[in-house]
Design a protein around this ligand. Structure first.
Ligand SMILES: Cc1cc2nc3c(=O)[nH]c(=O)nc-3n(C[C@H](O)[C@H](O)[C@H](O)COP(=O)(O)OP(=O)(O)OC[C@H]3O[C@@H](n4cnc5c(N)ncnc54)[C@H](O)[C@@H]3O)c2cc1C
Length: 387
């Protein structure tokens, strides 16, 4: 698809998280001229800890020749085991995923975008988006502007671009869950490529021992009242550590020891984004968390963002007009994303800690649900999108 003067169409990509750089790489492959604008400074400190990338997401990177590089900077999670608070196995997911440090993945993707000659600016926060007669204009916090034939909003759960697609949207909703995570150090534990997830008495705890004795972990617990993000982050590490250790006192070892061995503990409030009536206008389109943030409970948010990226670029490559491409992209992606969101909410609800009687019921019922969930999870993993 070229402009009436025969030049390649200019695509503004807002956000250089996970979806942004990957859609830029695919857009270039599809014959567009992408340019990426990111709010973060180029040398900003890493934020966001680690996460697991599922095989369906990894396969999107494989088509770009990036899968081996990504695997090389991560750790294989060969299986995921679900346990009750006493350590009894409730279910086993024997599919392999990759545990990645978010900052390292960002650096790899940015290096690839730059190596492909795609212009990328940092410290450029989009504050306004406006459709013009011949395209889209964005304005940045520093007063500068840019103009393109189309605009891709890959700017995450608190997307600014989203408001140019659907007016009057509510803010993302707090899901009454707090996530904590960190990297401890317990050299006595054996690294066996297993992510162990425990339904504890008061919270949900996942960990994987790494070959060098470090232990990646995360924790979720239910809290109805929404604390301010500022207040949550201001709580000293020692106080937060004690709080989590106390919560897991009655759970199987080595959960408390892992928390005790961790210096810095990240904390996040978990949010659900509002369901959008549409993901695009004639010139502007959303993908990844900007279109459908879903929380971490199926480990599919990043993979959905990557799947969006390849489908969007493929639709733009094949369609006769930008609006037709955007409509095709949304038609293909919506059913799959809706299905994953439903599963994510279901998994999130099962993490809430019940009382003593509820716990007995949960231990009886959960293996059945988990086994069904594991089957559904494995089915999500096998999805492949041809270029
Ligand atoms: C605690 C937690 C754990 C998770 N664990 C997993 C997991 O294990 N597996 C998994 O698959 N998913 C996980 N997820 C979900 C996953 O992180 C997201 O789905 C994924 O990051 C979405 O990618 P994205 O590119 O759409 O958005 P993001 O990664 O959020 O990137 C958005 C980018 O846009 C930039 N930006 C924002 N606003 C502007 C603006 N106005 N102008 C310019 N730039 C802007 C941001 O700085 C950022 O770089 C987890 C999420 C959370 C919160």
């Amino acid at each position: 698809m070229t402009s009436s003067e025969g030049r390649r169409k200019r695509a503004l990509v807002i956000g250089c998280g996970i979806a942004g750089p990957v859609v830029a790489l695919y857009l270039k492959k599809a014959g567009f001229d992408p340019v990426v604008h990111e709010r973060r400074a180029a040398d900003a400190a890493d934020d966001g800890g680690s996460f697991n990338l599922a095989p369906n997401g990894l396969s999107v990177l494989r088509t770009l020749g990036l899968a081996d590089k990504v695997v090389a900077i991560g750790q294989a999670t060969e299986r995921t085991e679900f346990l009750n608070h006493r350590g009894r196995r409730l279910a086993l997911l024997s599919e392999s995923t990759v545990l990645l440090h978010r900052g390292e993945l960002h650096r790899l993707l940015v290096a690839e975008v730059e190596a492909q000659g795609i212009p990328t600016t940092f410290g450029h926060e989009v504050t306004e988006v406006e459709t013009t007669d011949d395209g889209v204009r964005v304005r940045f916090g520093d007063g500068t502007e840019d103009h393109g034939d189309l605009l891709v909003g890959a700017d995450g759960i608190r997307s600014r671009v989203r408001h140019a697609v659907v007016k009057g949207l509510p803010q993302p909703r707090y899901t009454e869950m707090i996530d904590s995570g960190g990297v401890g150090y317990l050299p006595g534990l054996k690294a066996d490529g297993t992510m162990r997830m425990t339904f504890g008495l008061k919270g949900f705890f996942g960990y994987q021992v790494l070959p060098d004795g470090h232990v990646f972990w995360f924790q979720n617990y239910h809290q109805a009242d929404e604390p301010s993000r500022h207040r949550l982050r201001g709580i000293p590490n020692a106080v937060w550590r004690e709080h989590l250790m106390e919560m897991h006192q009655g759970d199987r070892s080595p959960i408390v020891d892992i928390i005790a061995s961790t210096d810095e503990i990240d904390r996040y409030l978990l949010f659900d984004a509002p369901t959008l009536s549409r993901w695009h206008t004639d010139r502007i389109v959303l993908l990844g968390d900007a279109a459908h943030a879903m929380g971490p409970h199926t480990g599919q948010g990043a993979s959905m963002a990557l799947e969006d990226a390849i489908v969007l670029a493929r639709s733009l490559r094949d369609a006769t007009s930008i609006p037709a491409a955007f409509a095709d992209y949304e038609r293909v992606r919506r059913p799959r994303v809706d299905h994953v969101i439903e599963q994510t909410r279901h998994n999130g609800n099962s993490k809430a800690a019940p009382g003593p009687i509820g716990r007995v019921v949960r231990d009886l019922v959960l293996p059945v649900f988990l086994k069904a969930g594991v089957k559904k999870g494995a089915a999500l993993y096998t999805h492949r999108i041809p270029w």
